[in-house]
Design a protein around this ligand. Structure first.
Ligand SMILES: Nc1ncnc2c1ncn2[C@@H]1O[C@H](COP(=O)(O)OP(=O)(O)OP(=O)(O)O)[C@@H](O)[C@H]1O
Length: 270
């Protein structure tokens, strides 16, 4: 595609994106580990009530970007960021931000299911109690509601007080999603949430993500091109820390503007 056509298409995309309601606006974000820049001056809007997939070869900065959204990179002493991530016009990278409150609003689920070695019930109520909710009826409701939303209630309602570690890997991951849901976040960050699961559990998690976007805005890192094309509305292709292309998922997978995107999604590298 000629440079002019690429520029026109990019302008059209910018206008199209500005018409959609965004929940996060990333402006000129760079992330460094010591001297190494892992994410290079990226800008994009994350759409509300949509699934946004982050794709790209290993080491291109997807997880670094994802973790920066709820400041998990703060836990890495050599990590530092420049630029802005705006949420309701508040810059989440501002040092005055209360990161505990931020992580309640913007929850995260990791690649490997990591339930606490406690009962299913306590996995959901642990953080709620931390925030001062003690009334049993409120806790019971939260447990049922979040497990229902995570499509796990029917499978565990008769054994809420058994260990979460007795669940299968797929059930544990849905429990971790339920644990995040119980905090009533606006945004859910999912870092390869089903890559460690068997195909049936993977399909359940994919179905769940599709369902959750009614209530949440979801950003997901995935290496699985089939998964990105099945479940996401928007796709961002990263390469070497750069955001190469960001568009509707259908466009990225059927008519990408940049040759490298096409090469990646067709499996020619990465
Ligand atoms: N804690 C860290 N300390 C130093 N460098 C890091 C750290 N985490 C990631 N990096 C580096 O930052 C770059 C981006 O890594 P990142 O994990 O964000 O990539 P990714 O696209 O998510 O990769 P993958 O798909 O393999 O998970 C890589 O060069 C990686 O080595």
């Amino acid at each position: 595609m000629s440079t002019l056509m690429t520029e026109i298409k990019s302008e059209v995309n910018n206008r199209k994106n500005s018409l959609q309601e965004s929940i996060l606006k990333v402006e000129d974000l760079s992330i460094f580990y010591g001297e190494k820049r892992a994410v290079n001056s990226i800008s994009l809007d994350i759409q509300k009530n949509a699934v946004t997939a982050l794709i790209g070869p290993s080491g291109c900065g997807k997880s670094t970007f994802l973790r920066s959204i709820n400041r998990m990179n703060d836990l890495i002493p050599i990590a530092r960021s420049e630029g802005k991530i705006l949420y309701d016009d508040v810059n989440l990278l501002d040092e005055k931000i209360d990161v505990v409150a931020l992580r309640k609003e913007i929850g995260m689920v990791f690649q490997k299911p990591n339930p606490f070695p406690k009962s299913i019930y306590e996995n959901i109520t642990h953080a709620l109690k931390f925030y001062g909710i003690r009334k049993k009826s409120l806790l019971d409701n939260a447990v049922e509601e979040s497990l229902t939303k995570a499509a796990l209630w029917d499978e565990v309602k008769d054994r809420l007080h058994t260990s979460a570690l007795s669940l299968s890997g797929g059930q544990q991951q849905r429990l971790c999603i339920a644990r995040t849901i119980a905090m009533k976040p606006s945004v859910m960050l999912l870092d390869e949430p089903s890559s460690a699961l068997d195909p049936i559990s993977n399909a359940k998690v994919e179905e769940l993500i599709q369902d959750l976007k009614k209530d949440y805005s979801i950003v997901i890192v995935t290496h699985n091109m089939g998964q990105a094309s099945r479940i996401s509305d928007k796709t961002a292709f990263f390469y070497n820390g750069d955001l190469i292309e960001y568009d509707d998922t259908e466009t990225i997978f059927t008519n990408p503007s940049v040759k490298r995107t096409e090469e990646y999604i067709s499996g020619r590298f990465g």
